[in-house]
Each structure stands twice: as structure tokens, then as C-alpha cells.
Design a protein around this ligand. Structure first.
Ligand code: NAD
Length: 260
């Protein structure tokens, strides 16, 4: 059994888990954590080198993992990825919609149509395309659990620019509507809303004094940024049976940023 700093177990034994953006950051940590609880993990990402690294790490530790290189904003590529996934790993019973891109804190007048389309295309439309492609497999398996990665930018301004904040507000709406529509078919849908997490996405931002968000980050009560593994543990709880009555929830893990 693969080991992580957070331990090992059987909470996801007999589950097949797709994790988008699983080659880096929160997705990578979640791939390792889910595998440590017995899941057969399928990493979906744009980055083939990153996919190979995490899949190799899980396999070498005795876990089960596969990788699929896919752009989640491309509907036909997503459909092909879903077919490949069920062919190699069976029906999907856990989905973590986590891949995302940031917009460098662009306000509206710095947001051209191409930037808007890219951010919404990955963060929101990509989530729609992936879920629509994977859900039939989950229903065929008799149900499952989905966790979507939102952000504190789903609730407050200043966690990203216009496109990013809009996309993350959309993720919460998507989560609630999906939960409402599919709970009776044994599908639970929830979201995590991270604050500042040290990952590839955030490394150029968290210590950039020119960005207004940095002051807010510094004054978060916890007084530090999160490590990706801390978000992976929240995602694990939500997809596991321990959260069996949790539907449509958005679980904030932000070091207290939004309670100030
Ligand atoms: P990251 O950059 O480390 O990882 C994101 C992964 O998504 C990368 O591996 C990237 O290749 C992949 N990806 C990007 N576009 C893709 C596409 N079109 N198709 C497939 N894969 C794609 O970033 P992270 O910080 O781990 O971000 C994960 C999620 O967490 C994102 O949704 C992000 O918005 C959210 N989030 C991050 C923070 C933070 O502080 N890091 C805070 C709140 C929310």
C-alpha cells in the first residue's frame, strides 16, 4: 500500500478516481492521497511529463495509477479520455474536477476575449465537459462522488481577476445544481474552496508585493500558506463515505482568510 505523510487506509478501496490537473499541486497531492486509500487513480492533465512522474511515483509505492494526456477544454479530447479511462480502469466512481488556470489578476479592461475564453474554458466549461463525459460511467456503477476545486475567489473579490473570480463563482453554482439533480441517483457533488496554497499556479503570486492580494494573504489568521496535501485531505474526506450525507457543500480551507 502506498504511504503518504497523512497515512494509509482503505477508504477508497475498489474506487476508480479521475483527477483533473493531477500532474501538479493540489491535484498531484490528491492523486497520491487517494491512491494511499486504495483508489485506482487516473490522472488527467495537459502535461505528459508531470503525469508520468506522478503515475510512476504511485506505482513504485505499490499503488494503482494511469495517466491520460488531455486538454479538458476540448470536448472531443475529453470524450476520448473518458473512453480510455473506462477501458483501462473500469467505471469511474470518484471524480475530482481540479484542473484550473489563473488570469494574473486582470481587471475587466485588461481582460480581452481570448483571456476570458481561456479561463472560463478551463475552469468552468472544462469542468462541465469532464463531468458530462464521466457521469454516465458513474451512474452505470450505481453512483459515486464528485469534488470540484473552487477557491475563496468563489466568495470574495481579489482572489483573482475578473475571469478567474467569475469562473470560481460558477464552480459553486455548478456544484450545487449538479448535487440537486443527481443526489437521488446516489451521486454526491461537493466543492473545496482553498485559500493560498503553495503550488505551481501560485508560486509567482504569493510573494509578489505588487499584487493587492498579497496583503490579504499575509493577514489570514493562520499566518501561512497551505501545502497541497492539506487540501488533498479535505478532498479525500468529501469523496469518502465519511461524508455520506454531505451534498452540495463548499468546504472552505483558507487559513481563515475569509472570516476576517
Ligand atoms: P497547478 O498549476 O499546480 O496545477 C494545475 C494543473 O492543471 C497543472 O498540472 C496543469 O497542467 C493542469 N491543467 C491546466 N489547464 C489544463 C487543461 N486545459 N486540461 C488539463 N489539465 C490542465 O495549480 P494548483 O494550485 O494545484 O491548482 C489546482 C486547482 O486549485 C485550480 O482549480 C485552482 O484554481 C485551485 N486553487 C488554487 C489555489 C492556490 O493558491 N494554488 C487557491 C485556490 C484555488
Amino acid at each position: 500500500m502506498i504511504e503518504t505523510a497523512s497515512g494509509t487506509g482503505t477508504r477508497l478501496a475498489d474506487r476508480t478516481a479521475v483527477i483533473t490537473g493531477g500532474a501538479s499541486g493540489i491535484g498531484r497531492a490528491s492523486a497520491l492521497r487517494f491512491a494511499s486509500e486504495g483508489a485506482e487513480v487516473v490522472v488527467w492533465d495537459l502535461d505528459p511529463v508531470g503525469i508520468e512522474a506522478v503515475v510512476t511515483e504511485i506505482r513504485q509505492a505499490g499503488g494503482r495509477a494511469h495517466g491520460v494526456a488531455v486538454d479538458i477544454s476540448d470536448a472531443s479530447a475529453v470524450a476520448a479520455a473518458a473512453a480510455e479511462t473506462t477501458a483501462v480502469a473500469g467505471e469511474v466512481t470518484v471524480l475530482m474536477n481540479n484542473a484550473g488556470v489563473l488570469d494574473d489578476y486582470a481587471p475587466l479592461l485588461d481582460t480581452d476575449e481570448a483571456l476570458w475564453d481561456r479561463i472560463i474554458g478551463v475552469n468552468l466549461k472544462g469542468m462541465f465537459l469532464v463531468t458530462r463525459a464521466v457521469l454516465p460511467s458513474m451512474l452505470a456503477a450505481g453512483g459515486g462522488s464528485i469534488v470540484n476545486t473552487a477557491s475563496v475567489a468563489a466568495f470574495i473579490a481579489g482572489g483573482g481577476g475578473t475571469a478567474y473570480t467569475s469562473s470560481k463563482h460558477g464552480v459553486v453554482g455548478f456544484t450545487r445544481q449538479m448535487s440537486f439533480d443527481y443526489a437521488h441517483q446516489n451521486v454526491r457533488v461537493n466543492a473545496i474552496a482553498p485559500g493560498a496554497v503553495e503550488t505551481g499556479m501560485s508560486k509567482d503570486i504569493l510573494y509578489n508585493d505588487d499584487l493587492p492580494v498579497v496583503e490579504a494573504l499575509r493577514s489570514a489568521p493562520a499566518g501561512r500558506h497551505a501545502q497541497p496535501e492539506e487540501l488533498a485531505n479535505v478532498a479525500l474526506f468529501l469523496v469518502s463515505d465519511e461524508a455520506s450525507f454531505v451534498h452540495g457543500a463548499v468546504y472552505v480551507a483558507d487559513g481563515g482568510w475569509t472570516i476576517r
